[in-house]
Design a protein around this ligand. Structure first.
Ligand code: NAD
Length: 508
């Protein structure tokens, strides 16, 4: 038995002899083309399976709709029990799930395990929330009337995810959707089917134990399945995570049928470093933000605006920190940076550096492809951002652009100038600067931090960004409201029926 088959067996999935080293397909709707998942680290084939066709998707959605009719009647705290059970299973299988992430998308071990922990955390959050779903009671202008706001389940939720968070993004959506009374249909990235299979194996166990078929569906497939889901009027909410380009297509299709979307799209995140900043903190945060997950996070740090006068010191310390980054096999404990996801990503890395050099940038660290999908984390000293168009794009790779600025206003303007609006940060010891950065005329991003970096959001806060990042919010705070429908209800407990505008009718 291959190591992958053994891993899947521990999760309750039997491998089939129909495909070499592949997962059993019995539970998968799969009449579509074959799909093979390979490790970005060494090209090893991990899993081979058949994808869902559009017809398979439709069958899954029918099952989800049937489940919805039952689930909406289940009290929310009981739905919380289902999520609690999922969290138990995630805890039990944390090591294996983390390993799947490392093998399939190349995250280092601590990042793979960290992503599983995020799933556990959102489940814990959702279990508590299942006893807290609440609406307002609002003062009525009419005597003996009570007006209130209720939140009801919405219906099946379509979840389309990107390769770089191959498990956690699904969990952020599915945990909240479940306690809100909605089944989910997951279309994972075609670059991460093993991760989706592994998580879904645990979901199957939850569905069995709670006799709730259709609660979690998995449609492994390409863009065709995503498109079918976006166009499906029986799916009232599509939560889409991915690039701005694809997100705009999805938004147009869902908007065309007046469906709801949660859009979590690309970022182009900046850190401002003032002269007063604690450079120890700043250097660690910038390095972690730019190099972590090989620069393949929506919240990766891509731009730094440093106050003129300390740029040389900051460069010197960043170059030193970058020199200590061990690149290699992500499953080894000492590795700090793994590979890019595929050869096309390596091409994007090379092309961005070539463009940056043409546009007046100068290389101060990295810049090279090592072998396969492994690249060096790279820093370029850049001219004014206005004259440096490559910095306006999100290149999904560990490339950092350093700009020198003369004032906080200039830095904030540059932070906000790009079309994306996900995460941002300032390093400063000045209360005035910190508060200005957080003010209504400061950062325009969905996330704005002081003295910590752009990546690594906590479950308790609402996560998402503005402008081209899509405006969606997931995870904590009141993000749950997006998964429910709001109803304003008024009850008359009096003996009169005061009509609006004082209208009266003779009835006897
Ligand atoms: P991508 O846009 O290529 O693919 C995302 C998903 O969309 C995949 O599952 C893909 O199969 C599916 N898809 C493709 N075409 C589709 C269509 N026409 N209709 C419906 N679905 C379709 O993105 P990617 O390369 O997997 O991920 C990287 C991108 O995701 C980056 O831009 C990154 O910033 C972004 N991202 C954003 C967040 C966030 O929370 N804001 C989180 C993670 C990743």
């Amino acid at each position: 038995m291959s190591a992958i088959s053994a891993l899947l067996a521990r999760l309750g999935l039997q491998t089939s002899s129909a495909f070499s080293g592949a997962a059993s397909l019995e539970f998968l709707a799969a009449a579509g083309p074959a799909l093979s998942s390979e490790s970005p680290s060494n090209g090893q084939q991990l899993v081979q399976l058949k994808q869902a066709s559009v017809g398979d998707y439709e069958a899954l959605r029918t099952g989800a709709s049937q489940c919805f009719h039952e689930l909406r009647k289940v009290p929310a705290p009981k739905r919380g029990d289902m999520v609690r059970r999922l969290a138990e299973l995630l805890r039990e299988h944390k090591e294996d799930l983390g390993l799947c992430i490392t093998l399939e998308v190349g995250k280092i071990r601590s990042e793979g395990l960290g992503e599983v922990q995020e799933m556990i955390d959102i489940c814990d959050f959702a279990v508590g929330l299942s006893r807290q779903l609440h609406g307002l009671t609002i003062a009525s202008e009419r005597t003996s009337h009570r007006m209130m706001e209720q939140w009801h389940p919405l219906g099946p939720v379509g979840v389309v995810t990107a390769f770089n968070f191959p498990m956690a993004v699904w969990a952020w959506n599915a945990a909240l959707a479940t306690i809100c009374g909605n089944p989910t249909i997951w279309k994972p990235s075609e670059h991460a089917p093993l991760c989706a299979l592994a998580v879904h194996a645990l979901c199957r166990q939850v569905m069995r134990e709670f006799a709730m078929p259709g609660l979690f569906s998995l449609a492994i497939g390409g863009a065709e399945v995503g498109k079918a889901m976006a166009a499906d009027a029986a799916v009232p909410l599509i939560s889409f995570t991915g690039s701005v380009r694809t997100g705009k297509q999805v938004a147009a299709v869902v908007g065309g049928r007046l469906g709801k979307t949660i859009l979590e799209l690309g970022g182009n995140n900046a850190i401002i470093v003032e002269k007063s900043a604690d450079l120890d903190l700043a250097v660690r945060a910038i390095t972690f933000g730019a190099v972590g997950t090989a620069g393949q996070r929506c919240t990766s740090t891509r731009r730094v605006f440093v106050e003129r006068g300390i740029q040389e010191e900051l460069e010197r310390r960043l170059i030193k920190a970058y020199g200590s980054v061990r690149i290699g096999d992500p499953s080894e404990a000492s590795t700090l940076m793994g590979p890019l996801i595929h050869a096309q990503a390596v091409e994007s890395f090379k092309s961005a550096i070539a463009q940056a050099l043409e546009q007046g940038g100068s290389l101060i660290a990295g810049g090279k492809v090592l072998e396969g999908n492994f690249v060096q984390p790279t820093i370029l000293r850049a001219p004014r951002q206005a004259d440096f168009p490559i910095a306006w794009e999100e290149t999904f790779a560990p490339i950092l652009y350093l700009f020198s600025v003369d004032s906080l206003d200039e830095a904030i303007d540059a932070n906000n100038a790009v079309s994306q609006g996900l995460s941002s940060a300032i390093f400063t010891d000045s209360v005035r600067s910190a508060e200005t950065f957080l003010s209504a005329w400061g950062s325009d991003c969905g996330i704005a931090n002081v003295n910590l970096g752009t990546s690594g959001a906590e479950i308790g806060g609402a996560f998402g960004g503005e402008k081209d990042t899509g405006g969606g919010r997931e995870s904590g705070s009141d993000a749950w409201k997006a998964y429910m429908r709001r109803q304003t209800s008024t009850v008359n407990f009096g003996r009169d029926l005061p009509l609006a505008q004082g209208v009266s009718f003779e009835t006897e």
